[in-house]
Design a protein around this ligand. Structure first.
Ligand code: APR
Length: 313
């Protein structure tokens, strides 16, 4: 069986984290691509040299040439600029769009069968742009945000209750920004519905912290944004595809009428397997949650319209 090829476009903080975790999981060989000379090569070699204690035979390489992603099974894109304190994700729109335009064209030309996972912010707009630029089927172009936002909420619930985070399931939908929607009834703790264990008042505080979680990390780090948890979240999506796991995860998927939304990318629960996004799950929300989701979609649309105008020139 041929080894799978995973290209990581952007060998910065998230790219490096993903390379290490992908190598450890032996999901395939990893190619790190970056515009900065030496960094992708150095990170790849560094991990290669750690393969004995890591107990992996994955092969990693680094390059500054997009042609080296040719034939990739999965491409994960983090190329772009991260936030600094005081910046919102939307502040990155213009600069990161220019990068996604270049990277998307390269993916289209060299890796036409790849499952493309976009991580670059502002996420919903960047994944929307990626699909338009590549012209790939929407099932093969997804954005990583909901896995992370749900994991953050699960973390805060676990911390509040003093239980294992891995036993908490959570769903956070909508745009990857301050308007994201945490669903109270959807959280389960070892299979027990959260409303039996935590009041809505306490949950609302955790939900607010989840929506601000990226900013909380930016303010602590001061030099960039979160990278460990985004890295492992994107790897989870790649793993679902490569192993045809039929995983139920929340991610930014292109809607075709579900939730009354057409064409836009927005965080919703989906099933990921060998065909990419194999199903979009339409869940029932309360009236309050529906209204919050609709508001979030409106915000996502503002950036998508900006992308449309850019593409039209
Ligand atoms: N092609 C390839 N790589 C590029 C390009 C390009 N055209 N332009 C920039 N890069 C690289 C940078 O050189 C840098 O190494 O992308 C990398 C980004 O890494 P970091 O600056 O460390 O940022 P990171 O924390 O990894 O976040 C990347 O993901 O979560 C989002 O908001 C975050 O948009 C940011 C992205």
């Amino acid at each position: 069986m041929a080894r799978k090829k995973i290209a990581l476009v952007g060998a910065g903080q998230i790219g490096g984290t993903m390379a290490l975790v992908l190598a450890q999981k032996q999901l395939g060989d990893v190619v790190l691509v970056d515009v900065v000379e030496g960094v992708p090569q150095g990170k790849a070699l560094d991990i290669m040299e750690g393969r004995l204690p890591l107990k992996t035979s994955a092969v990693l390489s680094g390059t500054n040439n997009y042609n080296d992603i040719a034939g990739s099974d999965v491409v994960i894109v983090t190329a772009g600029v991260p936030r600094k304190p005081g910046m919102t994700r939307d502040d990155l729109l213009e600069v990161n769009y220019g990068i996604i335009e270049k990277v998307g064209t390269a993916i289209k030309n060299t890796a036409p069968n790849a499952f493309v996972i976009v991580v670059t912010n502002p996420l919903d707009a960047m994944v929307y742009a990626m699909q338009k630029i590549t012209g790939f089927a929407s099932a093969k172009v997804v954005g990583m945000a909901g896995v992370l936002d749900s994991s953050r909420l699960a973390c805060f619930v676990a911390m509040e209750l003093g239980v294992a985070a891995e036993d908490v399931q959570a769903v956070v939908m909508g745009g990857h920004g301050p308007s994201m929607v945490s669903l109270y009834d959807f959280v389960s703790v070892g299979g027990i519905p959260l409303p039996q264990l935590m009041s809505k008042e306490v949950f609302d505080k955790l939900s607010k912290r989840t929506a601000d979680a990226g900013t909380e990390i930016v303010n602590l780090l001061k030099t960039g944004s979160a990278f460990y948890s985004p890295g492992v979240s994107a790897v989870k999506m790649a793993e679902a595809y490569l192993l045809d796991k039929k995983s139920v995860v929340t991610c930014a998927a292109q809607l075709a009428g579900q939730y009354g939304v057409k064409d836009l990318y927005c965080g919703v629960p989906v099933v990921i397997g060998e065909k990419g996004v194999e199903k979009i799950l339409e869940v029932k929300m309360t009236e309050e949650e529906k209204a919050a989701f609709a508001k979030s979609v409106t915000e996502v649309k503002v950036n998508a319209d900006w992308v449309d105008n850019k593409i039209k020139g």
